[in-house]
Ligand binder design. Structure first.
Ligand SMILES: Cc1cc2nc3c(=O)[nH]c(=O)nc-3n(C[C@H](O)[C@H](O)[C@H](O)COP(=O)(O)OP(=O)(O)OC[C@H]3O[C@@H](n4cnc5c(N)ncnc54)[C@H](O)[C@@H]3O)c2cc1C
Length: 498
């Protein structure tokens, strides 16, 4: 995604951490105080020090309280505007530890957040005074190259997967920024540079293991717990903590043709019109995505076309020909690149420096009226970065029936998004208001939103409607597997009251 445009650098070191073994540990010595906490439905509770110690002993990982080393790093998300303070943070290092943390949350009815990569746009992976399960110590992948599959632990980051599979000429479609979490991205759907060719992340899952609200570990696949497998694919984090994702792999050469064509801001209308004509008809191997950037500080605004062509290199120029008709760009970085480098090219160097606010929704086409609204409504401001960008969908993503998985937006040609970014610490009110104002002219062209880009202020009715024809089936699953709505910090499906 394009926040990467503000600050870029190499892959976050944490993306490449190997799995390692923990001894049970509280980060502090001496007596554990009682801790005030909150339940999922907002009631005050007190967690006794002895109970907290018992959880720490069962965790095979770390248990952090406010003031402990690592507490602030764990509670904060990529977007520092979410400044929440969990009562406890559990960092389990194995499946049993995850089960014990879930059981503890259930026994105390605690408000529960689950954090993988921490990229949530709505701040759902941390919580105020509840229990946060932070999966950062539960990362790693196991590749079966001959069997063309990879098993990925539930706390892993995308970069770990590409780095393992590409040396074998294999790929599974994940997102575009390598430090995004596999957990959140996959459970919401998962779009990326090769999704038009190989489908969304959820379309490539062969199984998942999940710890449900009662603490059980269930294996799910098309043959086992098949209904739960259906709901996990697009149902957000509603059904439990996924401990393992198994993805199928596709043969793909390492070299792709990728980069950016940069044009002056005045080309915005022409670039969007070209995209409107060519994006629906483009070959599945071509992912291209218009970005309009109005940087802070008054630097000139630009229009970019981000490109990744993953078919045979010799065919790339033919696929790019309609794009080239836009004229000579002011900068052209499109060249033959290693796919793993392309996947890291948008990583953010200092993720905690930038407050952001995003609005987004799916479009099935880009009519002239939408182009008018996009061009006419965009306004820069020297105090913030303003961004308009699209994630190109369609292709294989659209060739799956809407009820085959819980993800119900197969019609989408693109995910259209706009974002403000400001220096963390500034008052965000104006920046948020500016994004809302722009979005108010765009929203009527959308048909629903990506649960992974769920607006902070989405109401229960909007979330229910967004699951479209799949909502009732999800309610039945939720009622069966999570009747107390333990897993509520997500695009929440509410269980039926009994
Ligand atoms: C910089 C950036 C780039 C992005 N690029 C893309 C992209 O290319 N394609 C795309 O499709 N989306 C993209 N997104 C959106 C992204 O998919 C969502 O933000 C997603 O929620 C991130 O997952 P995470 O694990 O990093 O987030 P987290 O904040 O850790 O988690 C998000 C949600 O997922 C749940 N969750 C996470 N892991 C698990 C698990 N193992 N079990 C159960 N629940 C879990 C959490 O409870 C939470 O509700 C991007 C977001 C950002 C900020």
């Amino acid at each position: 995604m394009k926040r990467r445009e503000f600050v870029r650098s190499a892959l976050l070191a944490s993306a490449t951490l190997p799995a390692f073994k923990f001894v049970p540990a509280l980060a502090r010595s001496g007596p554990i105080p009682d801790v005030a906490a909150i339940t999922g439905d907002g009631r005050e509770v007190t967690l006794r020090g002895a109970e907290i110690r018992e959880l720490a002993e069962k965790l095979q990982g770390h248990l952090l309280l406010a003031g402990d080393n690592g507490y602030d790093q764990a509670r904060l998300l990529l977007n520092p505007s979410f400044d929440k303070h969990p009562a406890l943070i559990a960092q389990p290092a194995d499946v049993a530890g995850i089960q014990n943390a879930v059981k503890f949350a259930r026994e105390h009815n605690l408000l529960l957040a689950v954090k993988c990569g921490g990229h949530s746009h709505s701040g759902q992976s941390s919580c105020e005074r509840g229990l946060q399960i932070d999966l950062k110590n539960f990362r790693g992948v196991q590749l079966d190259a001959p069997g063309r599959k990879i098993s990925v632990k539930g706390g892993s980051l995308l970069g770990q997967v590409d780095r393992e599979t590409m040396p074998h000429g294999l790929v599974t479609p994940l997102g575009t920024v390598s430090h995004t979490g596999v957990g959140g991205l996959t459970l919401g759907g998962g779009f990326g540079r090769v999704a038009r060719r190989f489908g969304m992340a959820i379309d490539n899952l062969t199984s998942m293991d999940v710890v449900t609200a009662d603490g059980r570990l269930l294996h799910t696949s098309a043959r086992e717990n098949a209904e739960l497998f259906w709901g996990l694919r697009g149902g957000s984090g509603n059904f439990g903590v996924v401990t393992h994702f198994e993805f199928k792999l596709h043969p793909m050469q390492r070299e792709v043709v990728a980069g950016k064509l940069t044009f002056p801001f005045e080309s915005m209308r022409d670039a969007l019109s070209m995209w409107a004509d060519y994006a629906p008809a483009a070959p599945d191997e071509l992912y291209f995505d218009p970005v309009v950037m109005m940087p802070p500080g008054g630097a000139p605004a630009i229009v970019q076309l981000e490109i990744c062509y993953s078919g045979p290199v010799k065919d790339a120029e033919r696929a790019l020909a309609p794009i080239r008709k836009l004229g000579t760009p002011v900068a052209d970085t499109v060249t033959t690149m290693d796919y793993v480098d392309v996947q890291r090219s948008g990583d953010i160097a200092d993720p905690r420096a930038l407050g952001t606010y995003l609005k987004g929704g799916f479009i099935s086409s880009m009519p002239g009226e939408l182009i008018d609204a996009l061009v006419g409504g965009i306004k820069g401001d020297p105090r913030r970065a303003t961004l308009l960008f699209f994630q190109h969908c369609g292709g294989a993503c659209s060739r799956v029936p809407e009820n085959a998985t819980a993800f119900a937006h197969r019609y989408a040609l693109a995910n259209m998004m706009t974002l403000s970014g400001w220096a963390h610490g500034e008052d965000p009110a104006d920046h948020i208001e500016a994004t809302r104002r722009y979005w108010s002219g765009l929203e009527k062209f959308t048909r629903g939103f990506y649960v992974n880009d769920m607006p902070r202020e989405a109401t229960a009715a909007q979330i229910n409607a967004n699951y479209r024809g799949n909502h009732q089936r999800l309610v039945a699953l939720k009622t069966k597997y999570d009747p107390t709505n333990l897993f509520r910090l997500n695009a929440n499906v509410q269980p039926k009251r009994t």
